[in-house]
Ligand binder design. Structure first.
Ligand SMILES: Cc1ncc(COP(=O)(O)O)c(C=O)c1O
Length: 465
């Protein structure tokens, strides 16, 4: 590319403008299904094209199909941020194109990953016995944690698998009623069968009930089955409830069952003074996942898995063909290819490191605390309202609420459609105890009280209509 330099400057300007004012775009894309595909040719061009032409089509065709996750009015699912230092790091990482399968193929990516994850570990108060590794998503982190749990419980599983192994007994995994479906997918993918997963009922505040967990494990043991893992959730997807990790850890220790803590969204809140309790007991977990790409201002994707038994994870996955053998192998260096299913690893640690340096621990804590303040403020408006009611506690930065009285799902859907059609605000929904719940999630760095107040104004006027 001959004109890389001017194009890079131009893109940097475009990105800076975008970050300064994402509100010039509707937060939720107004594209109709097929719009983007239909606007593009069916075949790749035979001859290369000028970047000006390519970028013009990016603005004309691609951008209208973008839902702006980096918009301060994005309150759906878990709101996230691609922060400026993270974007700069991604720019550099793409240029450096590190493939950190071996220490040798990127000493920097390998060692920076260990350092950045150690910083984050200390910030959220996990003890030193936990070693970290970066994957793309929490789904993949949890898959690896459960693969390690399977390895620990059935030591010859790597060689023999589980099919037809009557001597192993039916393997069992447990999670709360409100745990994320990534647990189901992991169980399916690991060949345990979906029926191997037992969802433990929750209490009135959507937290796993430890007494019911203990009963389920005892029942399975009595029936000759083999409990191998429990997943406790800190910040469940729908309501952000916090399972009692301490009590669950006591059961797992007693039963010698692997404990994995899914703190994908809320784990980072443990760094905020007053929120240390959310990970109480996690020091006894075998593994824990936290996603900086959810609530730590990190461009998608970056998920951190911490494991107290990384040797077991390596035992499950390490496999070194001749062409990947290196002399450093015996010198105690860590080769990232040993800690999972993928061989190649991209340089994700760079953005996490730059983000922690740019904001500093105090800055990160301050932003998280502010998001939680805004959520409490919004919750106070809901609580004072005669139209809406809150239907879950607000431990972090998500508020679940619904219309008071006998409103139907369709009534709620109409409100959502009205709000989301505004282009200013994007909200999503869930169901709690079978009831439709509107959900307002705060997590974007540029979201201010003004945006939250505007969401409330739009909601109350849609409810009136
Ligand atoms: C509690 C929890 N765990 C896991 C996930 C999956 O996250 P990822 O998209 O990183 O796989 C989510 C997604 O929202 C979640 O809320």
């Amino acid at each position: 590319m001959k004109d890389f330099r001017p194009q890079a400057h131009r893109l940097a300007d475009w990105i800076a403008d975008y970050l300064e004012n994402p509100e010039r775009f509707p937060v939720l894309s107004r594209a109709r299904p097929g719009q983007i595909r239909d606007a593009l040719p069916a075949d790749a061009p035979e001859q290369g094209e000028a970047f000006d032409a390519i970028f013009a089509d990016f603005e004309r065709i691609i951008l209208p199909g973008v839902t702006h996750w980096n918009h301060p009015g994005f309150f759906a699912y878990f709101a996230i941020t691609s922060s400026a230092p993270g974007i700069l790091a991604e720019f550099l990482a793409a240029a450096l194109n590190q493939q950190a399968m071996l220490w040798r193929t990127s000493p920097a990516a390998t060692e920076l990953e260990a350092v950045a994850l150690d910083w984050l570990r200390k910030l959220i108060g996990l003890p030193g016995g936990f070693e970290g590794v970066i994957y793309d998503t929490a789904s993949v982190s949890t898959l690896h944690a459960l693969a390690a749990a399977r390895e620990a419980a059935v030591p010859d599983v790597r060689a023999k698998g589980l099919a037809g192994r009557t001597e192993v007994g039916g393997v069992r995994v447990y999670c709360g009623e409100h745990a994320h479906t990534s647990v189901d997918k992991a169980v399916i993918l690991l060949g345990l069968g979906h029926d191997a997963l037992t969802r433990i009922p929750a209490d009135a505040e959507f937290r796993m009930r430890p007494d019911r967990l203990a009963e389920a494990i005892a029942g399975d043991r009595a029936a000759g089955r083999l409990p191998i893992a429990v997943i406790a959730t800190v910040g469940s997807t729908s309501s952000t409830s916090v399972d009692p990790v301490d009590e669950i850890a006591a059961i797992c220790t007693r039963e010698s069952v692997w404990l994995h803590v899914d703190a994908a969204y809320a784990g980072v809140a443990a760094m905020v003074p007053g929120y240390e309790w959310i990970l109480r007991g996690a020091e006894r977990a075998d593994s824990l996942v936290v996603n900086p790409h959810k609530w730590l201002f990190t461009p998608f994707d970056l998920s951190a898995l911490y494991c107290r038994r990384m040797d077991v994870l390596r035992q499950a996955f390490a496999l070194t063909p001749e062409y990947l053998k290196t002399s450093e192998g015996d010198a105690g260096v860590r080769n990232l290819m040993d800690t999972g299913i993928q061989l190649g690893r991209r340089f994700r640690a760079l953005k996490l490191w730059m983000i922690m340096r740019h904001f500093g621990a105090a800055g990160l804590r301050g932003h998280l605390a502010e998001h939680m303040r805004l959520a409490r403020l919004f919750a106070s408006w809901v609580d004072a309202s005669d139209r809406f009611e809150r239907i879950a506690p607000v431990p972090f930065s998500v508020v679940c609420f619904r219309l008071r009285g006998e409103a139907t799902d369709a009534d709620h859907q109409r409100i959502l459609d009205t709000i989301n059609g505004s282009g200013e605000i994007f909200l999503s929904h869930t169901k709690l105890d079978g009831r439709f719940a509107l959900r307002l999630a705060i997590g974007n760095l540029h979201t201010t009280e003004r945006h939250v107040a505007r969401a409330w104004e739009l909601l109350t006027s849609a409810a009136r209509a």
